[in-house]
Design a binder for this molecule. Structure first.
Ligand code: HEM
Length: 169
């Protein structure tokens, strides 16, 4: 079986190249745009944290994302793709949800760390204690058979990023 990282490489690259992410990376998102992004993150992370067990308690993100949103003080917009992703996540088994946990939490631990200094507000969502231990807790349970679910998650994320661009133009 193809290693998981390789199996998601094509869609990961597509996600990285989405104009909304590129704008974030260049530090050009407005507070209104970033608030809507945080709202879509809140939908993903609070759904996971309400319905499933995390590989490590320090992964918990919903409270921090809510604090980031409160700090911005902007009314966020919701995306249809975000709603579809949360409805999809709710119905998964813990085992299938683990692939989405891998996808969304490692996204914050890797690419996300480069974003902290580039987004409006203090970026508490990106603050983790003991990153190596957190990465190890995912690696311990990781399976190459998660590729299908992880790629499905990337499809949702790509749709969300496309919609965020549209609703803010
Ligand atoms: C501008 C956007 C992004 C950048 C710059 C970025 C960058 C990176 C980098 C540098 C790594 C580490 C690669 C390595 O091990 O050498 C990584 C890994 C990863 N990223 Fe991203 N990323 C972005 C978006 C995303 C998104 C949207 C997701 C999914 C929601 C995601 C999920 C992951 C995952 C799951 C890994 C770990 C792969 C593995 O080692 O198994 N990334 N990313």
């Amino acid at each position: 079986m193809i290693p998981l990282k390789e199996a998601i490489a094509e869609r990961h690259s597509l996600a990285e190249k989405m104009p909304f992410n590129q704008k974030m990376f260049r530090g050009e998102l407005t507070s209104a745009e970033y608030a809507s992004y945080l709202q879509s993150q809140l939908e993903i992370f609070s759904t996971i944290e309400t319905h499933f067990q995390l590989p490590h308690p320090a992964f918990e993100r919903s409270g921090l994302i809510q604090q980031d949103l409160d700090e911005l003080g902007v009314e966020p917009k919701r995306t249809e793709a975000g709603k579809r992703y949360l409805e999809y996540l709710q119905r998964l088994s813990q085992e299938d949800a683990n692939a989405h946990i891998y996808l969304n939490y490692l996204a914050l631990l890797f690419g996300g760390q480069m974003m902290k200094s580039k987004v409006p507000g203090s970026g508490k969502m990106y603050e983790f204690e003991g990153i190596p231990e957190l990465v190890a807790s995912v690696r311990q349970i990781q399976k190459d058979s998660w590729a299908g679910q992880a790629n499905m998650g990337l499809d949702f994320v790509i749709e969300i990023l496309g919609e965020l661009d549209k609703i803010h133009t």
